[in-house]
Ligand binder design. Structure first.
Ligand code: MEV
Length: 310
């Protein structure tokens, strides 16, 4: 049986901005989606991934579109060469964690093995990007890049269609974070389209928001490399303020953020699509990480503790 994997990701800086060619900083997390592929009598996709309630229903159309795009791009005919794909792994699927890209990457890798294609990471990433079009509409490519290569990355989409800029960032030391799950799933494509419409309706306001963001992301890279956690937290807060102004937060995200701040989080922001999904909380040191996670769980939200820049 052929097997492939794809990492989950978080965006530390720049979701949505990255769609317009602005730089973003993102990190893969250790949790993965695993795809297995085996010959079958008919094409079948069995989804055993752990997920937030309602996630698989909300994402059904996205998943179907992604699957078709991947099959078409790889020129695999599911009638002539039917396979059973089974998705599993420890990546808990919810909006904001790059679950759709992790799925696409894992399937591309499993197909590569099953059909003896010997694809390299660049080719897997290209296929995963194709799958992302099914979920994000006009994806920046950041999610599939993290899902495929892993690591902490500086990413810039090439709007002219050439190669994207991707550089590994070396954090001074591992950064502890907690991800707080709002429990709400969103369709990335729809949220990306809403932002596009809002920008077209008020270009002046968005010019100011984009310029404020540009200043903070440029500073953020050096701050991560120097290990200045206090400043990193302040920049994450500032990024969240801009995302909130763009209508990308929600009541539950704000609730998680205020509980986390009251318990010692150094910075907080939504991550990924927004209007739900996960919130990243910067929690320096194991003690603060545990305290923040516990406080959020007490309020009924699920959490995930991880480290980035390891
Ligand atoms: C989704 O994880 C990130 C977005 O910026 C979309 C994209 O980059 O393709 C919202």
């Amino acid at each position: 049986m052929a097997e492939g994997y794809g990492f989950g990701k978080i965006i530390l800086f720049g979701e949505h901005f990255v769609v317009y060619g602005l730089p973003a900083i993102a990190s893969a997390i250790g949790d993965k989606t695993i795809a297995t592929v085996e010959t079958s009598k008919k094409f079948e996709l069995v989804d055993k991934r752990p997920a937030t309630d309602g996630y698989k229903v909300t994402k059904k159309d996205e998943m179907d579109r992604s699957m078709k795009l991947i099959l078409d791009f790889m020129k695999i005919n599911p009638v002539k060469t039917p396979v059973k794909i089974t998705l599993s792994g420890n990546l808990f699927c919810t909006s904001g964690i790059g679950a759709s890209a992790a799925m696409a990457t894992s399937i591309a890798r499993a197909f590569s093995e099953h059909f003896n294609l010997s694809l390299n990471d660049e080719q897997v990433n290209r296929i995963s990007y194709e799958g992302e079009k099914g979920s994000a509409g006009t994806p920046s490519g950041i999610d599939n890049t993290c899902a495929t290569f892993g690591g902490l990355l500086w990413f810039e989409k090439n709007l002219k269609g050439g190669e994207n800029r991707m550089e590994l960032i070396k954090a001074k030391k591992p950064i502890e974070i907690v991800l707080g799950n709002t429990g709400i799933s969103q369709e990335t494509k729809l949220v990306v389209e809403d932002v596009k419409k809002a920008r077209e309706a008020d270009p002046k306001r968005y010019e100011r928001i984009f310029s404020d963001y540009m200043k903070l992301v440029k500073e953020a890279r050096g701050v991560i490399e120097r290990g200045d956690i206090k400043r990193l937290g302040a920049l994450m807060d500032e990024n969240h303020r801009l995302l909130k102004e763009m209508g990308l937060s929600c009541v539950q995200a704000e609730d998680i953020i205020s509980v986390a701040k009251a318990n010692g989080a150094a910075g907080a922001k939504i991550t990924g699509t927004g209007r739900g999904g996960y919130v990243i909380l910067l929690t320096p040191g194991k003690a603060v990480q545990d305290k923040v996670a516990k406080a959020i769980e007490t309020k009924g939200y699920k959490t995930l503790k991880t480290e980035i820049g390891v």
